[in-house]
Unconditional design. Sequence first.
Length: 220
Amino acid sequence: MAEPRPVLERYVNLGVTVGETILVACFVSMLLVTKWLRLSTESPGRAGQQMMLWIAQGFGVGRVPVAPGTVGSVLGIVWFALLAATGRVWAVILGTVLGLGLSIWLCGVAESMLGQKDPGSAVLDEIAAMPVCFLSWIGILIWKTGSRPTLEEFFSGRNWFFTLGVFVLFRFFDVVKPWPVRQSQLLRGGWGITIDDLLAAFYVSCSVLIGFTLKSLISR
């Protein structure tokens, strides 16, 4: 008589990865929290407002006294790793879009609550924008291999150094704010807070694409 297969093995054989399960759980949690926060906005309460502020501050990491944007960007790498762990491009794109939407909303709430324009402690924008930095890298991997990129493509061996380079580039463009990154901060509320990080991430993604193109031309 054959031994029953472990539950996890049977589950994986259905074509569902552990990363996808975690991501779905995150999406469901995000939807539930968003619904609860909307109800809190309609019926303002101290607890609801503080929860919205806490999430906008990167689940509290933005409250660190030194370099909150850098710390938030580190958490952004973790967010990207979670998305990449699914091995699904659609999951990366969907998670990125949802994250950016949540950032626009909650960072705007944080700005109103704190009475500051683009408060430094509101780092959800850095977290949400980080996956955009890797989009061209994902596209390059698909073009070269014809298969979906895995987590190891970004976080194993020497790939760690390239991921670190992406992180440094993001911080550079976020701080220097070349055109039109700085100008986008004139947008109202959470739009101005989030779009500048989105544009900085776009600069990084373009830099990765240019670097790959130059490398290909040189190696010919």
